[in-house]
Design a protein around this ligand. Structure first.
Ligand code: UDP
Length: 232
C-alpha cells in the first residue's frame, strides 16, 4: 500500500446529504461503507469529524464567539457518535475520542492511547476538534495527523478537486491535479482552513482532496489512484 496510516477529515456537511442540515443516515451509511473498504486494506484509519451540519461558530450572531464555538465543538461530538454507531453496525471496531472530556460517552483524547488503538486495528474517531474555540476541525485534522504520524490527510469534500475559482460559478475554472501548500496559501484558495494548511506544510503531511459523494474514492486513493488534488 502507498500509506501505512491515514487521517480522513469528514466535514459535517458531508453527512447532511441534500438538505444540508442534520444527519442523513443513508448518506452516513454509504460513507461508512467506504471507510470500511479502506479499513479492510490494512491501512490504519483515523477520522476527524466536523460539525457544520449542526452548528458553526459563525452562526451565532449575538452570542459571544467562544460560546458559539463551544456549541460547534459539541456538534462534532454528536456527529462522532453517529459515525461510531454506523461503523460499529458494519462490524468495524472503533473508538471515539473527544478533546473535551465527556467521560460517560467517549474517551478523552490521549495521543498514546489513540496510537495503541490504531495498532490494534481500531478506527479512531476524533471529535471536538482541537478543543479550543477560534479553531476549526480542519486544524484539528492537521494536528491529530501530526500527532499520530499519519502519512496523509484524506480531505473528503463535496467538490472533486481544488479549482482556482468556484467551478459552479465559473465554467473556465482551472482544476489542479497537484498544487503546493504555498500556492494554496498565496492564492488564498479556500479548500481548507489556512491555519490547517500551514500546519500540514510545517509537518510535511500531504493532503489528498477528493469528493466524498463517491465514498469508494477513499480506497481508490489508498490504492494510489490519482483522483482529486494532491496538496504537498
Ligand atoms: N470548532 C472550534 N474549535 C475546533 C473545532 C471546531 O471552535 O477546534 C467549532 C467552530 O465553531 C466550528 C464548529 O466547531 O465552526 C464546527 O466545526 P467545523 O466548522 O470545522 O466543521 P466542518 O466545516 O468540518 O463541518
Amino acid at each position: 500500500m502507498k500509506f501505512k496510516r491515514v487521517l480522513i477529515k469528514i466535514s459535517g456537511e458531508a453527512i447532511a446529504g441534500e438538505n444540508g442540515y442534520g444527519i442523513n443516515e443513508d448518506v452516513l451509511r454509504s460513507i461508512c461503507e467506504g471507510i470500511k473498504e479502506a479499513y479492510k486494506t490494512g491501512v490504519d484509519i483515523a477520522i476527524v469529524i466536523g460539525g457544520g451540519n449542526i452548528w458553526r461558530g459563525k452562526n451565532g450572531k449575538k452570542m459571544d464567539r467562544t460560546t458559539s464555538d463551544h456549541m460547534g465543538m459539541l456538534a462534532t461530538i454528536i456527529n462522532g457518535l453517529a459515525l461510531q454507531a454506523e461503523l460499529d453496525d458494519l462490524g468495524v471496531d472503533t473508538r471515539l475520542q473527544t478533546s473535551i472530556e465527556m467521560r460517560e460517552i467517549a474517551e478523552q483524547h490521549i495521543r498514546k492511547k489513540a496510537i495503541r488503538h490504531l495498532e490494534k486495528r481500531r478506527v479512531v474517531i476524533f471529535a471536538g476538534g482541537t478543543g479550543n474555540a477560534f479553531f476549526t476541525t480542519d486544524t484539528g485534522a492537521a494536528l491529530r495527523a501530526a500527532e499520530i504520524n499519519a502519512d496523509a490527510i484524506l480531505l473528503a469534500k463535496s467538490v472533486d478537486a481544488v479549482y482556482d475559482s468556484d467551478p459552479k460559478l465559473n465554467p473556465d475554472a482551472k482544476r489542479y491535479d497537484e498544487i503546493s501548500y504555498e500556492d494554496i496559501l498565496n492564492k488564498k484558495l479556500r479548500v481548507m482552513d489556512l491555519t490547517a494548511v500551514s500546519l500540514c506544510m510545517d509537518n510535511k503531511i500531504p493532503i489528498y482532496l477528493f469528493s466524498i459523494l463517491e465514498p469508494q474514492n477513499i480506497v481508490r486513493i489508498l490504492n494510489g489512484e490519482e483522483i482529486g488534488t494532491k496538496i504537498s
